[in-house]
Design a protein around this ligand. Structure first.
Ligand code: SF4
Length: 234
């Protein structure tokens, strides 16, 4: 399921790094035990010790919230500076907007038994020369995400937030633009199981996009809120 910029030759090195670093416990299960998997992710140092390219410029601080039995997964990009500091996902204005899109309050959003948060890169990737956040580390999804989603068998709804999450969760739609994917939300939702809802990132940087495409607020968000409510009710 992983669709990444990692080449086959690099994937072998990444798997070796996971084994040598002890990030994947041996023998190979208990990968089915989500708690153990999340624990190994929280100890992960791949991007410092065996990076693909430049190493992470700071100590890893993986941010992931997941519990087996969860019905909803929020899959964004990677922590920014505020989330890197807090250690909790979406503790920023983007989180406020995302919860409004979903129609949930903070207590519900941070109830791990109900909602998992699995970004495409678990650690803050650093910033470019202009102060913009770098893309999610390309080591992360190939190293961990297939295992994480295998350990969430009860998922009903996946919120794919932003380009990188679209690439992983909707690989068959990779030739379309983000706008085309979001506009095709009904078709995508009908084709996917668990149901994937393609969303733009809720960052203020997308304010102009949201204004330009009023159907997003008028048509998609009511559907999203209804699906979230139904998934929470079980
Ligand atoms: S970004 Fe992912 S692969 Fe890299 S150190 Fe953090 S958890 Fe490990």
């Amino acid at each position: 399921m992983v669709r990444s910029r990692v080449q086959p030759s690099e994937r072998g090195a990444l798997n070796e790094a996971r084994r040598e670093g002890g990030w994947v416990g041996l023998p190979d299960p208990p990968d089915s035990e989500l708690g153990g998997l999340v624990g190994r992710i929280r100890r992960c140092r791949i991007c410092v010790e065996r990076p693909l390219g430049r190493p992470l410029p700071h100590e890893p601080r993986p941010v992931i919230r997941a519990a087996s039995g969860t019905r909803i997964a929020v899959c964004g990009q990677a922590p920014g500076t505020r989330v890197h500091a807090s250690g909790q996902p979406f503790t920023d204005p983007s989180g406020v907007r995302l919860r409004d899109w979903m129609g949930v309050d903070e207590a519900t959003f941070y109830d791990t038994s109900r909602i998992s948060v699995v970004p495409m890169g678990f650690c803050f990737p650093g910033q470019d020369a202009k102060g913009g956040d770098l893309p999610p580390r390309r080591e992360c999804a190939p190293a961990w995400h297939d295992d994480v989603f295998r350990a969430l068998p009860d998922l009903k709804l996946v919120l794919a937030v932003g380009l990188y999450a679209h690439a992983y969760h909707l690989p068959q739609w990779r030739r379309r633009s983000l706008t085309e994917r979001v506009a095709a939300f009904r078709e995508i939702m009908a084709q996917t199981n668990p149901v994937v809802v393609p969303l733009p990132h809720p960052s203020w940087r997308n304010n102009a996009w949201i204004r330009k495409y009023p159907w997003f607020s008028a048509d998609l968000l009511p559907v999203l809120r209804a699906r979230v409510a139904a998934a929470l009710e079980g």
